[in-house]
Design a protein around this ligand. Structure first.
Ligand SMILES: [Fe+2]
Length: 494
């Protein structure tokens, strides 16, 4: 497996680890019904699991980085105890240009950009990072920021770009922009290398842009995620940035400023720029938020609580921050994370922060999305794998966190099984937060095939209750979502 999947070997550079085995691209677009199952798929599991990920359609132009691959959506629909698989490329402008040229024309993350160009202008929006469901469509998003591609949830055909409002045209909308399922609003943030460096906006359930404001930053930053509560959106400004001189030369070189704070912007959901409040914390860097909520403390003051999985801050022998090691970890997709909490008092401006769990090393937190923005108890993360290999973050198991007790239950099936981010799927008619399943791809390295594992969210330690055998290999990828059956039914009628 691996090299045989390349369409034309003559033009390929020596493939790196991000192109072999379970990482190798799969160019076939499939629609396969009634998939084989080990065990029994629960009849009360109805809806669709969708995952985005990199899948280079052409030989890379120079050195390949895992993040460079063209976005491909993989959807597994569960209905009445049966499962159906469909996958398609996200037909981005860049991919279509390369299809027309018959080869890749864009440089990747590891390459120097053309003279005089900022990297963001010279890179292809591959739309390979994140996927969510809004207004009856899938939204495919890119972590570096670019146009959001809209996709038909039933055919996975790319419909176009989310550019129906002139303010959205050319905007670098980030992955991890979030949907509030209770209001149907889509909260997005955009960032880039030009002042004011960040924007924030809200698209309503009717599709109209309700709010759009600049969020001025001191310079270009590298936020990755955001958080939403019913009344506020929280945006991130970490002291990890691209070296400005390198940026001018068209390349990326990370630097971490340990004398700068972590700053979080708390913005009323439909607020204005002058209503942004900044809260400062210890310097740190984080990719993913688990959840945030508003909580009234004993003095009757409202606090914003945010939980996420930042990088562990490595210490030198004398207790000082080991910046070099932190940059090495971040720069090589190293995996050393902890579960962490920040609190922002909206009345006094006071802040608190601290570790929730630094025993397990886990990331890609998923929750029951009906609890997004509300105080919740459970998060389902993937465990980080051993052995650690450069440029191959692999996930070796699942962990269920209980924020109320601080406890965790983890499941690791043994060597050779590698997980993917696994969203929570509520059981039909469920009313309690953890009444449902955790659903995600697993690469079975022993049998050399992809599977989807369905795990009872109330007993993660038991392992999967059903394993769907994928007839085709699903390359390792990034983010995912669960689309409820009711959302699909409503989209079908619309
Ligand atoms: Fe992410």
């Amino acid at each position: 497996m691996g090299l045989d999947h390349f369409p034309d070997r003559s033009n390929w550079f020596v493939p790196n680890a991000s192109m072999r085995d379970a990482y190798a691209p799969n160019h076939a677009e499939s629609f396969i019904q009634d998939l084989e199952v080990i065990g029994e798929l629960p009849s009360d599991l109805n809806g669709m699991y969708v995952r985005n990920g990199p899948n280079p359609a052409h030989a890379p132009h120079g050195r390949y980085h895992w993040f460079d691959g063209d976005g491909m959506l993989h959807a597994v629909r569960f209905q009445g105890g049966k499962a159906t698989y469909r996958n398609k490329f996200v037909e981005t402008d860049g991919l279509q240009e390369e299809r027309a040229a018959g080869q890749s024309v864009w440089p990747g993350l590891k390459e120097r950009m053309p003279e005089g160009k900022l990297p963001d202008d010279a890179m292809k929006n591959v739309s390979n990072t994140d996927v969510t469901f809004h207004n009856g469509k899938l939204y495919s998003m890119w972590y570096r920021g670019g146009a959001v591609y809209t996709v038909d949830p039933f055919t996975l055909n790319t419909l176009g770009k989310l550019e129906h409002d002139p303010r959205l045209v050319g905007l670098q909308i980030s992955a991890h922009s979030r949907v509030d399922e209770s209001t149907g609003e889509f909260m997005f943030f955009a960032y880039g290398n030009r002042a004011p460096y960040m924007h924030y906006g809200v698209i309503g359930a009717d599709g109209a842009v309700k709010t759009f404001i600049p969020v001025p930053l001191p310079g270009p930053r590298l936020p990755h995620d955001c958080a939403v509560t019913p009344n506020y959106t929280i945006l991130h400004d970490f002291p990890l940035i691209n070296n400005p001189e390198a940026l001018k030369q068209g390349r990326y070189s990370l630097e971490f400023h340990q004398d700068w704070p972590t700053r979080y912007a708390v913005i009323p959901r439909h607020g204005t720029t002058d209503q942004i409040r900044w809260f400062e914390f210890e310097p740190r860097y984080m990719l993913h938020v688990a959840n945030a909520w508003e909580e009234v403390n004993a003095r009757g003051e409202t606090e914003i609580v945010m939980i996420g999985t930042p990088y562990v801050m490595p210490r030198d022998y004398d207790g000082s921050l080991d910046v070099k090691r932190l940059l090495f970890t971040v720069g090589t997709q190293g995996t050393d994370y902890e579960l962490y909490q920040w609190r922002m008092n909206l009345v006094t401006g006071e802040t608190k922060e601290g570790v929730v769990d630094d025993v397990l090393n886990s990331e890609f937190p998923m929750i029951n999305t009906a609890w997004q923005g509300r105080k919740n108890r459970f998060s389902y993360n993937v465990l980080m794998g051993r052995p650690r290999t450069l440029e191959q973050p692999r996930f070796s198991g699942l962990v269920k966190y209980d924020f109320d007790t601080g406890g965790a239950v983890a499941y690791h099936p043994g060597e050779g099984f590698w997980f993917s981010e696994a969203p929570f799927a509520p059981r039909d008619g469920a009313t309690e937060e953890d009444d449902g399943y955790v659903v995600g791809f697993v690469w079975n390295g022993l049998a050399e095939r992809s599977e989807v594992w369905v795990t009872d969210a109330r007993d993660v330690s038991k392992g999967p209750v059903a394993r769907v055998i994928m007839p085709v290999r699903v390359p390792h990828g990034f983010h995912s979502c669960w689309v409820r059956e009711a959302q699909l039914q409503a989209a079908a009628v619309a």
